[in-house]
Design a protein around this ligand. Sequence first.
Ligand SMILES: Cc1cc2nc3c(=O)[nH]c(=O)nc-3n(C[C@H](O)[C@H](O)[C@H](O)COP(=O)(O)OP(=O)(O)OC[C@H]3O[C@@H](n4cnc5c(N)ncnc54)[C@H](O)[C@@H]3O)c2cc1C
Ligand code: FES
Length: 270
Amino acid sequence: MSRKLLPGLPTTVPVTAVTLDNERMVTITLDAKINMEPGQFVMLWIPGIDEKPFSVLKPDPLTISIACIGPFTNKLRALKPGDKLGYRGPYGKGFKITGKKVLIVGGGCGLASVAHLATVCSGQGIETHVLAAFKTKTEAFHLETLEKAGCIMHPCTDDGSLGFKGYAAALVAELLQSNTFDQVYACGPEMMLVTTRTVLDEAKVPYQFSLERYMKCGIGICDQCSMNGQLVCQDGPVFDQTQIVKLTELGKFRRLVTGEKVSAITAPSC
Ligand SMILES: Cc1cc2nc3c(=O)[nH]c(=O)nc-3n(C[C@H](O)[C@H](O)[C@H](O)COP(=O)(O)OP(=O)(O)OC[C@H]3O[C@@H](n4cnc5c(N)ncnc54)[C@H](O)[C@@H]3O)c2cc1C
Ligand code: FES
């Protein structure tokens, strides 16, 4: 008997492709498509192992780019076409697309969370600038794909091995000297978001950030992802500047899997 699945239950589908983008990034395509707004996320489920949140690189076919940094993501990297993977979602609030000229900032694997937004904006005829920030050139990914999608690329690396030498916030400040952006969107390491926010607040440019907190249920039940009383899984992960100003935990505290509150500065970033 076929049964309509509840939104909180995963659908298990075959993996159709697994592509290595660089030493740590892998892009996995599933035999599935979803309707979603850029910035929403899905929970990926490996039966018997775990379930974790990931942004969507492409909704049709459902494609996810993953930084392999721990037990779950390394299991994902080991998948082969034909293997089964569960997903549920899309969940959360996505980015609101607005304006005629935008800057999209992706730091490290945060670029995977804003890449879909960039292709949608560019496809809508919006002048789309993408600042892609990495520690070093060998960690870069998806630059050509985004360029082919019509985005104007601004790569930057901490060590200067590709593009601008320095942190994302410094390049945002430089770009703002010669450009007027209607909206800035960003996802990446928390310190990158905090320093970028300072630059944007000073320049009075409106912004939306996609935030990350440890998630268990992904649908507003467990309170694990709570940040100043907001649930990142349900009220976010995308927040605009009027909401971000109230998120005083940003850049200060995060929660471990146990729920324990620790300094956000110690957060590993991908
Ligand atoms: C809304 C959202 C979207 C995300 N999108 C992407 C994406 O597109 N690509 C990508 O590579 N990563 C993404 N992540 C991060 C991804 O969920 C973690 O990297 C992954 O869960 C790590 O699991 P692990 O077992 O391999 O590593 P672990 O060793 O278990 O964890 C490494 C670090 O990953 C983070 N993490 C681990 N488990 C979770 C969890 N359940 N929820 C949130 N963070 C966790 C923590 O910071 C942890 O310290 C996203 C996270 C969120 C909240
Ligand atoms: S992850 Fe459970 S409430 Fe957000």
